[in-house]
Write a protein that binds this ligand. Sequence first.
Ligand SMILES: *[C@@H]1O[C@H](CO)[C@@H](O)[C@H](O)[C@H]1NC(C)=O
Ligand SMILES: [Cu+2]
Length: 565
Amino acid sequence: MNVKLILFAFLVGGMILLNEQTNVNALPASPLRARQDPGSTLGVFKIVGNSGVEAMHAVLVSPRKVVFIDKLEQNALKRPDGLSALSSEYDLDTNTVRPLGIYTNTFCSAGSWLGNGTLVEAGGDKGDANYGSGIQTVRLYDLSVGDWVELEGIAPSNRWYPAMATLPSGYVFVLGGSTAATGVNRAEINNPTYMIFPSPTGGALVDVPFPFLTTALPYNLYPMVHVIPNYEGATQLFIFANQNGIAYDLDNAKVIAEYPKIGGGIRSYPLTGSSIMLPLDPTNYYKPTIMICGGNVAYEVTSPADSSCGRLDLTTPNAAWDMDNFGGTGRVMPDSTFLVDGSILFINGAGMGFAGYRKGGGANALWVNENPVLFPYQYDPSAKTYKALSASTIPRMYHSVSTLVPDGTVLIAGSNPQGAVALNVKYPTEYRVEIFYPPYLYSQNPRPNIISLQTYPINQNRINVNYGQEVTMVVQIQSNGSPPSLKGCIIHHGFITHSQNMSQRYVYLEITNFWTDSTTANQYILTLKLPPNPTIIAPGPSYIYVFNGDSPPVSGVHVLLTQAA
Ligand SMILES: *[C@@H]1O[C@H](CO)[C@@H](O)[C@H](O)[C@H]1NC(C)=O
Ligand SMILES: [Cu+2]
């Protein structure tokens, strides 16, 4: 036996003995403590359940429920009428699914929340004998109903691979796409227009020309759209496709800035990259920085994925892209997901090829996305550093997703690089749902337990809050000898598909007051100031968090953020 090993065994044994004898820090088992799983400074993946339908899209609809949406294919999960479900609701407490009622083809659509808290999903492809056409369909999901209502054929044009974003008005902006399914877009099927849902005039939905999408051909599908924060409350959008971005004033229908071309590869479908607006901070007046990562330089099966990210300050005149090497690993179809502490998880994707389906079958199958990247990076936006974390065992390539869950974990699902369900192939239709426990869940900083917001107890229900409001929170934090070091934030979790988080956003909240609650041990009362207007973060459902050092709360608070009446 090796000397080091003996020494190690002795040390571990000694430590256990010490703990048993002296009972050092013997706290009761409680969610207030850091997780005690065999520790990992690199995070842990766990397979927890089955998504029922392939998870092409995912959206957190309440703290413990995620809705998945697939395309038209023969999933094992059946609707009450016996046909395969195309959408499901996943319960994070029981790890079970129930089928939802989507009856039109959702391949491939998009979604975003209305400011009133209803989820909108729009677009898709042709139907068949059993399922309606989804290509002009708008779908609505209300928590109170717990299921979809489909408005078939109400959109004025076909949209396949559109982008969506919640506007400061609370209406949803639906941009671009093609009029038919395609591997790469082309002029004959391009849809260089946008529509706003519901109709701002109250009349029929209308399409408005948007010429940028013509100049961005052929790589203009799932364009990236982010509302630009400003104090005036103006509706200004950062829109990016292919390798170029503009700032667009939607109120006055004009381009107000054209940004330089990004370095590195192409960033839009099928050479799919990911974009994210870095956390906004009131201490620097919500200065907006966009980060775009991954993609590919060429539409070729054997082309290695792009290993670059660009950061751009949208409001700095003549700003240039600040490029890096994406941690040193190329990724096409990465997902970018905010963690509670303001870091970003870059996860999923492939090291080679592009977004799309395998060509051929059997031993001759040609996989157009290959070399799955199994490990995430945790990116620190302030230090601009990447940390490689633990790897999953499951490839997550085309049609896979990840989303933050309010308990600080990340749900990962999907992957299906083929047109129909296939299980016994190299990269099968993937139904396994994983939860990733980021390193901060193994932190020694005790986790805050939020007890109430504005005197309302914390449960699954949304609490109504307004822009500019100071909200009062009661929180318990187990003592570990040092006083808690709290930060606050509000996160809009977005709607995730095809490596885009429609309207996902992270905004730090100023803690304006903080005092110890003299009536209850380890309890604190604080006030948090919400952002001033809906350009900073979309109106509608969001989650308010406080975190202790890096340690996230037991759960964020589900709120509905609106303008004061
Ligand atoms: C939100 O607005 C949409 C579109 O007008 C409407 O269909 C939906 O019922 C509204 N939701 C709520 C909760 O009021
Ligand atoms: Cu797709």
